[in-house]
Ligand binder design. Structure first.
Ligand code: NDP
Ligand code: HSE
Length: 436
């Protein structure tokens, strides 16, 4: 059979990784697909960067030349960002070309229009590489768990921030040093603020929630907090209480809607997720028939992400001649069977909590704090107060039983208004991740 002809937009970490894996494993891939996957055209802003790669393909500095190339059957978009990536993808779809993309930011913000256009045109938009690098989590949720009703998923889904947390709190590095190394290793986004402020994880959990629950892609309503506010003392106190702090993306289906959130989270130190270090990712899925299942692997970097891009290319090559109605739906559920479950505001979320309160070292402070919590029926599970006789203020760390976040926020506002409380209260959520 004739080769499948591939055009690549972007030849950075992921683009070059994709070419490398396609070349290295060409024989195995052809044995699987039954035809060759051949890169015929690539676009990069600065073609001089590709000298020495030995790529036997046309090279353009204009990405439109790839999309308009009649010799290209499948467009791989690994350039990133919103524009011109969105216009290029839409043009490729309109031209009847299948698309493979690693661009979670684009899909999380424009997925509904992209998938609708692809559905109407009968082409595939495959995005395994957009979530959790090498881990085949999209395939696992969309196909492997297709017989299940999925209740919730929780994951470490940003390799850069997990790498930074690991290096800071296990190796003693400072934040900037760890971020610079994550950038050098090719883990970070072009804008690393997306990694450390939680946006990248939010893009990914938004996509996973959509295929897990059959809801439209709705990034605008995802709650996002990053890792910048964390201090080493929080990690130490969390450890004393038996927890590790990880940046988690969480999507939970409830009777009245869906919780969709990204934030630093205390999880029991003995839990498997607590021991996921460096650029590794892991996603825990709870579903009714399978129970809990855990997916672990490299979440970022050239070859790991290329593994997912090439798997998508194999899928596309295998099914490009099939009737579109017989293909797996883009978002796992039939487009006319999507659910209208609302995304819930954070005030409606229920969780256990960790509070760090800095207060003047005066008698009666603890009693005041406990009374305020009690007025909202929030009970204290554990307390750590460090004796620092010379200091004017002391950190009081509380672990709270499950409560409604809206109630806790009201109690915190009242604590912060106390003259003895000297800085904003840090509030972190605590998840047991227990089955059931
Ligand atoms: P890089 O910055 O390493 O590479 C981007 C590439 O796109 C570069 O070759 C750049 O050209 C090219 N490019 C950007 N804009 C244009 C344009 N207008 N015209 C032509 N070429 C352009 O990014 P990554 O490879 O790291 O990431 C690519 C995508 O993959 C992003 O969406 C990212 O979120 C996603 N991703 C990345 C992962 C990773 O571990 N790095 C993992 C999973 C997903 P030039 O080199 O000349 O600047
Ligand atoms: N910047 C992303 C991360 C790349 O660190 O996880 C993988 O999506």
């Amino acid at each position: 059979m004739a080769p499948v002809r591939i055009g690549i937009l972007g030849m950075g970490t992921v683009g070059q990784g994709t070419v490398r894996v396609l070349e290295r494993n060409a024989e195995e891939i052809t044995r699987r697909v039954g035809r060759e996957l051949r890169v015929v055209h690539a676009a990069v802003r600065n073609p001089a960067r590709l000298e020495g790669l030995g790529l036997d393909a046309r090279i353009s500095s204009d990405p439109w030349a790839v999309v308009r190339d009649p010799e290209v059957d499948v467009v791989v978009e690994v350039m990133g960002g919103q524009e011109p990536a969105l216009s290029l993808l839409m043009a490729a779809i309109a031209a009847g070309k299948h698309v493979v993309t690693a661009n979670k930011a684009l899909l999380a913000e424009h997925g509904n229009e992209i998938f609708a256009a692809a559905q109407a045109r009968g082409v595939m938009v495959a995005f395994e590489a957009a979530v959790a690098g090498a881990i085949p989590i999209i395939k696992a949720i969309r196909e492997g768990l297709a017989g299940n009703r999925i209740q919730w998923l929780a994951g470490i889904i940003n390799g850069t921030s997990n790498y930074i947390l690991s290096q800071m709190f296990r190796e003693g590095w400072d934040f900037q040093q760890a971020l610079a190394e994550a950038q050098r290793l090719g883990y970070a986004e072009a804008d690393p603020g997306l990694d450390v402020d939680g946006g990248d994880a939010a893009h990914k959990i938004t996509l996973m929630a959509s295929i897990a629950f059959g809801i439209p892609v709705d990034f605008a309503h995802c709650h996002v907090e990053g890792i910048r506010a964390l201090e080493r003392t929080d990690v130490v106190y969390a450890a004393e209480l038996g927890y590790r702090i990880k940046l988690l993306g969480i999507a939970r289906r409830r009777a009245d809607g869906v919780e969709l959130r990204v934030h630093p989270t205390l999880i029991p130190h003995s839990h498997l997720l607590a021991n996921v270090e460096g650029p590794f990712n892991a996603i825990l899925v709870e579903s009714d028939a399978a129970g809990q299942s855990l997916y672990y692997g490299r979440g970022a970097g050239g070859d790991p992400t290329a593994s997912a891009v090439v798997a998508d290319l194999v899928d596309v090559a295998r099914t490009m001649t099939a009737d579109p109605s017989n293909r797996v739906p883009h978002l796992a559920f039939q487009p006319d069977a999507m659910s209208a479950l609302p995304l819930l505001p954070m005030a409606e979320v229920e969780s256990a909590y960790y509070l760090r309160i800095h207060a003047h070292n005066r008698a009666g402070v603890l009693a005041q704090v406990a009374t305020m919590l009690a007025e909202y029926e929030i009970s204290i599970e554990a307390l750590v107060q460090k004796e620092t006789p010379e200091a004017d203020s002391v950190p009081i760390v509380l672990l709270l039983h499950r409560c409604r976040e809206g109630d806790l926020e009201q109690a915190i506002a009242r604590m912060e208004a106390l003259p003895v409380v000297v800085q904003p209260v840090l509030r972190l959520r605590v998840e047991s991740l227990a089955e059931g």
